[in-house]
Design a binder for this molecule. Structure first.
Ligand SMILES: Cc1cc2nc3c(=O)[nH]c(=O)nc-3n(C[C@H](O)[C@H](O)[C@H](O)COP(=O)(O)OP(=O)(O)OC[C@H]3O[C@@H](n4cnc5c(N)ncnc54)[C@H](O)[C@@H]3O)c2cc1C
Length: 373
């Protein structure tokens, strides 16, 4: 019988596996995909996540590949509204580490126990002291037992734990186009709040940047053409957008993170708008604050702190979802008058004491897991 069985080898499941391993517990990790997911999504790893990833050795390995973003700028019409100073955060890692999600997954895969790939978990049965996990894979239908199961399956595996409709999901109408591409520039994160909608430009390793543009509220038939035109009109920027893709935005926070010996972390339990870049970080902090409790649990009995962990993580997810919603609203296209009011208000807010509060919130400094990091 496994001590801990993790469903899903995304960044969150792997981070949990790596941290448990550093604590002397080799978890079993089951992943339905046969191959690594090469798709690119999360790029920013915030200061509290970097602090919690130190134990497994992931922080040094991630920082060796990442760009450290110490400063950001909010801009409109080619002028700076305010600077966002991550380097002034009171934290061990006063920056955002930016690297493609595939690199983050690669680093964590090397530190986690070997992943059993091509194995899809289909259900659980719990008795008083263990959980039986049903799965299908290369050996057909199998069953395994574990003392504790952690579901880190992303939204795709949500139905494993929650009844249909139990996780209320809001679909925003907003569409975005994005591309990771070589663009000249330094390691400053830029958020251009233009009349036609936001354009975010975040540094990546090797002279590349992630460019994201608000694309309105109806489908975008040709992402590359839309993004090329939007960048030219909003920023007078001419780049190769042939690899552009689009994404939409959802918001969901589950009512609970556990049922008996089955716990849920990451996107399986909550999804927040990527505008603000906190979804993966929320999941990492779920996993890395759960890990010491699991380690105590499998060595003896369930620690009392599991209930407090669940309360704190749900509060952090709701907070991040509200912040991401605000960022999404702020990034929409507006009228000329609305644009003037938005720019003036943001300049006043971010240049005053609100600037430090915004920076801390953006860098997840208010997450319960940020204490002491
Ligand atoms: C465009 C975009 C940009 C983003 N940028 C950022 C960012 O900068 N910063 C940030 O913090 N977040 C960002 N996010 C969000 C981030 O990508 C997600 O929050 C993160 O990937 C969630 O990780 P996870 O491990 O919980 O889930 P996933 O990455 O979805 O991984 C879950 C894994 O579980 C596997 N699985 C599913 N069901 C089963 C099953 N039944 N059995 C076995 N395996 C299963 C899946 O195959 C998958 O490999 C972004 C998202 C998007 C769309």
């Amino acid at each position: 019988m496994a001590d801990v069985l993790i469903v899903g080898a995304g960044p969150v499941g792997l981070a949990l596996g790596a941290d448990l391993r550093a604590r002397g517990i080799d978890a079993t990790i089951l992943e339905r995909r046969s191959e690594l997911d090469a798709g690119t999504r999360a790029i920013g790893i915030h200061s509290p996540s970097l602090a919690h990833l130190e134990l497994s050795g992931a922080t040094d390995a991630l920082l060796a590949r990442a760009v450290r973003i110490r400063r950001g700028e909010a801009r409109a019409d080619g002028r700076m509204l305010a600077a966002i100073r991550f380097d002034r955060l009171r934290a061990r890692h006063p920056y955002v580490a930016a690297l493609p999600q595939a690199d983050t997954v690669d680093v964590l895969t090397r530190l986690a126990p070997p992943v059993e790939r091509g194995v899809r978990v289909t259900g659980f049965r719990e008795d008083g002291s263990s959980v039986t996990v049903r799965a299908t894979g290369p050996d057909g239908e199998t069953e395994r037992r574990a003392r504790v199961v952690v579901v880190a399956s992303g939204w795709a595996g949500r139905e494993l734990v929650y009844r249909p409709g139990a996780v209320r999901t809001r679909h925003y109408p907003d569409r975005y186009a994005m591309v990771d591409v070589a663009v000249p520039g330094d390691a400053t994160a830029l958020v251009h709040l233009e009349r036609g909608g936001v354009v975010e430009s975040f540094p990546l390793p090797d002279g590349r940047r992630r460019l994201v543009a608000w694309a309105g509220t109806s489908d975008v038939p040709d992402a590359a053409e839309f993004l090329r035109t939007a960048l030219a009109e909003r920023l007078r920027l001419d780049v190769d957008t042939s690899d552009a893709s689009t994404f939409r935005v959802r918001r969901a926070v589950a009512p609970a993170l556990r049922r008996g010996r089955v716990l849920v972390v990451g996107d399986a339990a909550h999804e927040v708008s990527p505008i603000g870049g906190q979804g993966m970080n929320l999941g990492l902090l779920d996993a890395l604050t759960l890990s010491p409790l699991l380690s105590e649990w499998v060595r003896g009995h369930e620690p009392d702190e599991v209930a407090a962990w669940e309360r704190r993580r749900l509060a952090s997810a709701r907070h991040a979802a509200r912040l991401a919603f605000l960022n999404t609203m702020l990034g929409r296209g507006v009228s000329t008058v609305g644009h003037g009011i938005r720019s003036a208000s943001l300049r006043a807010l971010l240049r005053g004491p609100g600037g430090a509060v915004f920076t801390r919130a953006y860098a997840m400094g208010f997450d319960a897991a940020a204490r002491g990091s």
